[in-house]
Design a protein around this ligand. Structure first.
Ligand code: FES
Length: 112
């Protein structure tokens, strides 16, 4: 099993309207430039986190980082954190309701 971090970009209706497709594609491209084989980070789409009011939402598992209101301008800092030892991007955290975050982590932690 891979030890790569999984980064999920929401592709639900609200996040898509805010441009999550572009965010996903750009982030994937930026990660691939540093980690072409996805050995350390995999960027994937996610159906909906249930925090639609504060999209675009992006999560990092298993680090339990739940980022909200993510725009393309934030991506260099996310990549810095994911692949270059930078700190998590605090200003994008803590916007989703805690119970929604917990539900997402329990789903992602589940082996099924
Ligand atoms: S549409 Fe993105 S969290 Fe629901």
């Amino acid at each position: 099993m891979s030890d790569a971090k999984l980064v999920y970009v929401c592709e639900g209706g609200d996040c898509t309207e805010r441009g999550s497709g572009d965010v996903h594609d750009s982030l994937k491209e930026m990660v691939k430039a540093i980690d072409p084989d996805e050995a350390r980070v995999r960027v994937r789409r996610y159906p909906c986190f249930g925090a639609c009011e504060c999209g675009i939402n992006v999560t990092v598992w298993p680090d339990r980082l739940f980022y909200s209101r993510v725009g393309k301008a934030d991506l260099p800092e996310l990549v810095e954190n994911l692949l270059k030892g930078g700190c998590p991007v605090q200003r994008l955290r803590g916007q989703a309701k805690p119970d929604v975050e917990e539900m997402v982590w329990s789903l992602l932690d589940s082996p099924y």
